[in-house]
Every structure is written in structure tokens, then in C-alpha cells.
Design a protein around this ligand. Structure first.
Ligand code: PEP
Ligand code: MG
Length: 578
């Protein structure tokens, strides 16, 4: 049925390290299994002898492919995969696709070529549209590959049955390819195309499989070659040394320990620290929903980075409702637009600012374009009201870049007016951290944005790589502002979360829990390590680590003090040291 490709000529030599984008932290060492290339259409495919018959064949094959994909959807237990397969099945049954292929057949094009050209026409439109629609091009091409193979009477593309664990290497994996994999034999997935939000990455993330996407040259690897896939590093090492192999075996064992810890975030003695996801789109939210307890930061501006004009309230409402629904019954913290500086929005950012990071960004938009802020709040209120109780989440809304209690008060009043019940603000400007108690008096919660808090505390542009040492959240000045904010929350009994990148450093997660931070929000893939870290220590132990970090004279010693306070095995696992 399906075959492994023959080893391609010019395959990368032993020791070569191919680089791509890693998904998660897993690591695996196994031989390459190449997914067979999709069938090519012969340049000289003859026209159908009878055009009406040719049309009937094309329509029949597209219908068969649709039925097959639907059957695979029904057979899979993975809800996301099922949804993707159903989407591909719908495309196979799309009358516009069949009509275009039929038109080409009547114009004298061979049937397989007609399907190929019709699909490519639609795929080009999807790709040009970008975003979620671009992902649809992969679904459409999986329909093309199956239909063309059937029309030419050649095997369908895919992977031969695996008899031992293998690293599956493909151009890109469609949901149908993924559904056909015997997952008990898949050690890792590597693709030449795709991206961190592609189907492959989403499914691999959910299954806990090490995965590296966008690896140029991946498909030139010879079948059977041992490769070391390191998702944390985003690398694929060809025929690694024995020493590297040993390190990997230890790391793989450690990763299994991390993955085996499931359930809500809590310390070893049961003090809850919910672990939430940072998301930017409904697709992110759906991908993160299975492994996280809620959304701790929905960066709404991400939805509009490409928009030339302000999106209509109805469009905004629909997008917000999708994210809320993905987390029905759980908590979703939505941040209002943080336009400006590192996140320019064509319709909101002032073009002539000399210091955009210190300019009219975040909530300050209310000074220049108040209508954008109020229309977004209107859309958020409408999104909450649009959903029936069973699809509703516990929606919290917060504003970015708040510097004064008066700003917090004004935002809270505006948000409550549209029916938002839980209103908060971000603490990412040192002024807000210093006045945390006064700010908390105006709102229901705060969330620390440690990326900007470090930038503004240390006066170091967060986009300048050469200033990374100053931007380190372990810097004593940054840590003490975080501690002061957490202490204010403890005093007044209101939640203080952290949603900056620092939350995803498992050692920092321990310190934050010890300081009294009430939830941690991060990229979904970072949650398992944070969960493992928290479950390894009691709250009292976290408090001692926090005290040690706060007493350290600089960032490196703060982190070293925490590391020194950990059991050696826990430290090795958390630091991925194998
Ligand atoms: C932060 O500043 O830490 C934060 C979470 O917000 P952003 O990274 O979107 O500015
Ligand atoms: Mg910020």
C-alpha cells in the first residue's frame, strides 16, 4: 500500500545538525522513516476519451476520498484530529472543487491533472489569505494526493507500517497522514514545512511527541538513518555520537517523568497555583485547551497585527467568543489591545513617536483613540453575552500598560459598564508595582507582565538581544518589584498572577509561588515543566527559595541560589541536563 522512500542522494552526513522550530521539550533518538512523497501527475496524461465519463470519475473519486476521510474522522479518538479530518472531508465534497475539476476535464485536461490544477488554484487562494486559512491548504492538498493516487491507480501517499519506533520525517503531515500513524511506534516528528501552529505541531504537542518543524533539508535524510530530535533545542542531529545518545536516553527518561505529572498546578502539599496558557488567536486557544487550566493572557492585538483598519465590533466579538468557548467552564483572562512599540497596529499606533515604548501604547490609546478602546470593550461584553451558559467561560478582562491608580479606576469603570464582572490591570510599569496596593483597591486582580516590567525597570529595550543580561527577570530590582506586588495581593486578598515569560522558567515558577503569586500563565508547551517543578516542593520550600533569590546580589546568584536549594534529581530534570 504505502512505501518508504528510497534513500535520497546527497543526504546530510553523520554529525550534521539540522535546525528548525522545536515544539515542546521532548527528545528522541530513532531511525528516520520517510513519508512517501505524494504522487506526481504525468506531464503527458491523456484527456479522458469521453469527457462525461471523465467528469463522472473525477466526481466519484473526490466523493470516495471524502467518505474515506470521514471514516478516519469517526475512527480517531483525538478530538482535534477528528475536526481536522472532517474539515478535509468537507473540502473533498466541496461542489466548487468538483465543478472546477470537471470544467478542466471538459476542456481536455487529463482527470488527475484536472484535480491537481483545481486543488492548486484553491490552495493558492488560501495560502495568500494567510492565518488559519493558509493551514487549510494542507487539508486541501491531502485531498489532492489521495484523489490523484486513486485516479492514477498508484499507492496513496503515507507511511509504511512501522515495526519499530521511528522518527517520522515528512514535507508536512496532513491530518489524514497523522491519523494513519501507529502512534505507539512514532518516536518523534520532523517536517520540512509547517510552523509552530501547524496541524503537525498541534497534534504532536497534544500527544507529547517531540517535534521539530520547518527543518530545511529534513526530507533529504536517508530512511533508516538514526537521528536525535531535540524539541527544546529545535535540532535534528544526524547519526549522533554514542555520548550524545546516552545523554538523550537520560533526558528522555526525565521528560517522561515530567509528562507523567498531570492535573492542576499545585505544590507538593497541595497549595494550588493554576497553570494557564498565553494565547493570541482562537487556534492557539483550541491547541492549548487540553493541557492548561485556563487562559491567563489572551493577547488580543495578535488577531489584528495584519489589519489595515479597525476590525468591526461584530468580527471582534466573534473572535473573542471563539477563545472563550474553547475554555468553556474555565477561566479566560482577556487583555485589551496592547498596540504600540513591539506590537504596532496599523490602525492604532502613532507613526511619529520618537520613543514608542514610552509613548501612547497599551491602555494609553484611550488618550488618542478612545473609540478603539470603547468599541473593543463593547465587543468583549457582547462576546460574553453571546454564549449560552454551557459554552461560557469565567471571563476576566484586563488592560495593559497601566501606570497609575487613576488609570486603573477609569478602565475598571468602562469595563464594568459593558457588563464585565472581573476587571483587572497588568502590572508591567514600575510605577504600578510600587503602588500595587492602591491599584488593587480599584480592580479585582492584577497580572504581572514581567517582560515589560524588566524592560522599564532596567531601562533596557526588550527587543535588544545584547541587553539580555539586564532584561533578566532574576535581576534583583525586577524580583523585588514582583515581590512587592505579590505582597500587596496577599495583604488585600486579591489575585496576583504572572503572565510574562518569566513564569515559564520552572525555577522562577517556584520562586513566584513562594512569593504568593496566585497563578502562572505561559506558552502551553511550557506548562508540564512548571507543573513538575511545583509538585516537587512544598509551599514552605518555595518560600525559602524565594527568600534566597531575593537576598541574592545579582541575577546569576539568584538563580544559582534556587538551583542549589533543589534536590539534585529535580534540578537535573528541570534544567534538561540529562
Ligand atoms: C509582559 O510584558 O510581560 C506581557 C506579558 O505582555 P507582552 O509580552 O504582550 O508585552
Ligand atoms: Mg507587556
Amino acid at each position: 500500500m504505502t512505501t518508504l522512500d528510497a534513500s535520497p542522494a546527497g543526504a546530510p552526513a553523520a554529525g550534521t545538525v539540522l535546525a528548525g522550530i522545536g515544539v515542546g521539550r521532548g527528545v528522541a533518538l530513532a531511525p528516520v522513516a520517510l513519508v512517501a512523497a505524494p504522487p506526481a501527475v504525468p506531464a503527458d496524461e491523456p484527456a479522458a476519451a469521453d469527457a462525461a465519463e471523465g467528469e463522472a470519475r473525477v466526481r466519484g473519486v473526490l466523493a470516495e476520498v471524502g467518505d474515506d476521510l470521514r471514516a478516519r474522522a469517526a475512527a480517531t479518538a483525538n478530538a482535534d484530529l477528528r475536526q481536522m479530518l472532517e474539515a478535509a472531508a468537507t473540502m473533498a465534497g466541496d461542489p466548487a472543487l468538483a465543478a472546477e475539476a470537471a470544467r478542466l476535464v471538459h476542456a481536455g485536461t487529463g482527470p488527475a491533472t484536472a484535480v491537481d490544477q483545481a486543488v492548486e488554484g484553491f490552495a493558492a487562494v488560501f495560502t495568500a489569505a494567510g492565518g488559519d486559512l493558509a493551514e487549510r491548504a494542507t487539508d486541501l492538498r491531502s485531498v489532492r494526493h489521495r484523489a490523484v493516487a486513486r485516479l492514477l491507480g498508484v499507492p496513496e501517499p503515507g507511511l509504511a507500517a512501522l515495526d519499530a519506533p521511528a522518527v517520522v520525517v515528512a514535507d508536512d503531515l496532513s491530518p489524514a497522514d497523522t491519523a494513519a500513524l501507529d502512534l505507539s511506534k512514532v518516536a518523534a516528528i520532523v517536517t520540512e514545512l509547517g510552523g509552530p501552529t501547524s496541524h503537525t505541531a498541534i497534534v504532536a504537542g497534544q500527544l507529547g511527541l517531540p517535534c521539530v518543524v520547518r527543518v530545511p533539508g529534513a526530507t533529504t535524510l536517508a530512511a533508516g538513518t538514526p537521528v536525535l530530535v531535540d524539541a527544546a533545542a529545535g535540532t535534528v542531529e544526524v547519526s549522533p555520537s554514542a555520548e550524545a545518545a546516552e545523554r538523550v536516553a537520560r533526558r528522555a527518561d526525565d521528560e517522561r517523568l515530567v509528562a507523567a505529572v498531570v492535573g492542576p498546578g499545585a505544590t507538593a502539599d497541595g497549595h494550588p497555583v493554576p497553570l494557564l496558557a498565553n494565547v493570541g488567536t482562537p487556534a492557539d486557544a483550541r491547541a492549548a485547551a487540553a493541557g492548561t487550566e485556563g487562559v491567563g493572557l489572551f493577547r488580543t492585538e495578535v488577531l489584528f497585527l495584519d489589519a489595515r483598519t479597525e476590525p468591526a465590533v461584530a468580527d471582534q466579538t466573534a473572535a473573542y467568543a471563539e477563545v472563550i468557548e474553547a475554555y468553556a467552564g474555565r477561566k479566560v483572562v482577556i487583555r485589551t489591545l496592547d498596540a504600540g512599540a513591539d506590537k504596532p497596529l496599523a490602525f492604532a499606533t502613532q507613526a511619529d513617536e520618537e520613543n514608542p515604548a514610552l509613548g501612547v501604547r497599551g491602555y494609553r490609546l484611550v488618550r488618542s483613540l478612545p473609540g478603539i478602546v470603547s468599541r473593543q470593550l463593547e465587543a468583549l461584553g457582547a462576546a460574553v453575552r453571546a454564549l449560552p451558559a454551557e459554552r461560557q467561560a469565567d471571563v476576566w478582562v484586563m488592560a495593559p500598560m497601566i501606570a497609575t491608580p487613576a488609570e486603573a479606576r477609569a478602565f475598571a469603570a468602562a469595563a464594568r459598564e459593558v457588563g464585565i464582572v472581573k476587571v483587572g490591570v497588568m502590572v508591567e510599569v514600575p510605577a504600578a508595582a510600587l503602588l500595587a496596593e492602591a491599584i488593587l483597591a480599584e480592580v479585582d486582580f492584577v497580572s504581572l507582565g514581567t517582560n515589560d516590567l524588566a524592560q522599564y525597570t532596567m531601562a533596557a529595550d526588550r527587543l535588544r538581544g545584547e541587553l539580555a543580561d539586564l532584561l533578566d527577570p532574576w535581576q534583583p530590582a525586577v524580583l523585588s518589584l514582583v515581590a512587592a506586588t505579590a505582597a500587596a495581593g496577599v495583604r488585600v486578598g486579591k489575585p496576583v498572577g504572572v503572565c510574562g515569560e518569566s513564569a515559564s522558567d520552572p525555577l522562577m515558577a517556584l520562586v513566584l509561588a513562594g512569593l504568593g503569586i496566585t497563578s502562572l500563565s505561559m506558552a502551553a508547551g511550557r506548562v508540564p515543566a512548571a507543573r513538575y517543578a511545583l509538585r516537587s516542593l512544598t509551599l514552605d520550600a518555595c518560600r525559602s527559595l524565594a527568600a534566597a533569590a531575593l537576598a541574592a546580589p545579582d541575577a546569576a546568584s539568584a538563580r544559582a541560589a534556587v538551583r542549589a536549594g533543589l534536590d539534585a534529581d529535580v534540578a537535573r530534570v528541570l534544567l534538561g541536563e540529562g
